[in-house]
Design a binder for this molecule. Structure first.
Ligand code: HEM
Length: 387
């Protein structure tokens, strides 16, 4: 009974609905920017080479810029309100904003939370500018600049401005940054490609034969390239996520006995669902697409790339948003709730274990994602260039 009371006393209160929504919107806005930048920089066949999906993606750039701008304001106001201990709506009041911007440095830092938020706002402004540029002059370079601007903006909270840097603190900041970068790549790709897939379903009946072949080429390239990006993102997320889990959860039992552990468990179940769906894409759908293209079965190839694949990606997107909803519930730590000491500091033994983990995850992902290559030559030849 005593330990139950102790657990309850150490458990932080659940986040308010406004905090959950602000948090989800924050990550969704930055993810969407990464996803659209990546699509136009690397995933899709460019518009000037006939890419139909790239042209569709460009129509989404301005709405994404608006979403990013709105989420930037929401994030800023949310941070101002929470630093004053007020609810979100009060964050827009001029006096609250002014106090926030002029707030002094927190413990261990040489700049205040308001200054940090202003620096991040600068990142947001640059990001919106690259998005507008991408809309006006679509091209790979601006696509990459958009990705970089979004990643830099997301990384600003993890930069130790002027604080005394310890090995442990640096390891934490770097790995949390890696986790967030992996999340932006994976979630951003899923959400943006899901939106483009849905847009494509509505105009599938109006496609000419040539356009259908082009769309098949477009999506075939997108899915095979995105699978590679997702693989890297998953590797980054798992390695950093295991580190973060170890620092926050002292034993597997705490996954069940503490609120933090249970929320993390829910998140891990959703991630498992994402991994299963991703494995289905790589091991079942991609080989089927290759086989259909190799056999000249254009209608099956189109159905798989433009209809079947987007359905799986839509399910993955819902799960990914679910993961983001759970993130704000991860407050405090399971160790704290159970009255345990903090995890040991980052040292050579932890580093060695990390290196081993990276090797194991890399090997598992490499084996898990290897697809049997059918006769490569016809499969790799674009459908639209066949005679
Ligand atoms: C789709 C996959 C995932 C996404 C989108 C995701 C996203 C995130 C985000 C956005 C954060 C907040 C980072 C911050 O600002 O501090 C976070 C924290 C965290 N994640 Fe993940 N994550 C994913 C998978 C995982 C996995 C596989 C693990 C464990 C192996 C994990 C464990 C954690 C832990 C322990 C935290 C720390 C929360 C805290 O500070 O208390 N995540 N995740």
């Amino acid at each position: 009974m005593g330990s139950v009371t102790a657990l309850a006393a150490n458990t932080p209160p659940a986040p308010e609905a406004s905090e959950i929504i602000t948090n989800v919107l924050y990550y969704l806005g930055l993810s969407a920017a990464v996803g659209i930048g990546l699509t136009l920089a690397y995933l899709a066949i460019p518009e000037d080479r006939g890419g139909i999906v790239a042209a569709r993606a460009r129509r989404v750039v301005l709405p994404v810029a608006v979403v990013v701008a709105v989420t930037a304001i929401i994030q800023f106001a949310g941070a101002a309100a929470s630093s004053a201990g007020l609810s979100w709506m009060h964050g827009l009041a001029p006096s609250v904003l002014s106090d926030f911007v002029h707030s002094g440095p927190g413990r261990g830092s040489s700049i205040g939370a308001g200054t940090l938020a202003l620096i991040q706002m600068g990142g947001y402004v640059a990001l919106v500018a690259t998005l507008v540029g991408l809309y006006l002059r679509p091209g790979r370079l601006l696509g990459w600049l958009t990705v970089v601007a979004a990643v830099v903006t997301a990384s600003i909270p993890f930069i130790p401005f002027g604080s005394s840097v310890t090995v442990n603190g640096a390891a934490n900041d770097i790995l949390t940054g890696v986790h967030v970068l992996g999340a932006l790549l994976w979630v951003g790709g899923l959400v943006v490609l899901c939106a483009l897939g849905v847009m494509g379903r509505s105009d599938r009946n109006s496609l000419s034969t040539d356009d259908s072949l082009q769309v098949t080429d477009d999506w075939s390239q997108i899915w095979s390239r995105f699978s590679l990006v997702a693989l890297w993102a998953v590797g980054m997320i798992i390695v950093s996520g295991v580190w973060m889990s170890w620092t926050h959860v002292g034993s597997p039992v705490q996954l069940f006995t503490t609120a933090y552990g249970r929320y993390l468990g829910i998140k891990l179940l959703m991630v498992l669902g994402l991994l299963v769906a991703g494995a289905y894409n790589v091991r079942v759908l991609l080989p089927r697409i290759r086989a259909a293209r190799a056999n000249g079965d254009d209608s099956s190839a189109l159905r798989l790339v433009a209809h079947h694949f987007p359905v799986v990606v839509a399910i993955e997107s819902v799960l990914a948003v679910g993961v983001l909803v759970v993130v704000p519930f991860l407050r405090g730590s399971a160790r704290q709730e159970a009255g345990w000491d903090d995890a040991r500091s980052f040292d050579l033994a932890v580093f060695g274990t990390g290196v081993l983990l990276v090797a194991l995850v890399a090997a598992a992902l490499w084996f898990g994602s290897r697809t049997p290559k059918a006769d490569a030559s016809p499969a790799d030849r674009p459908v639209s260039q066949r005679v």
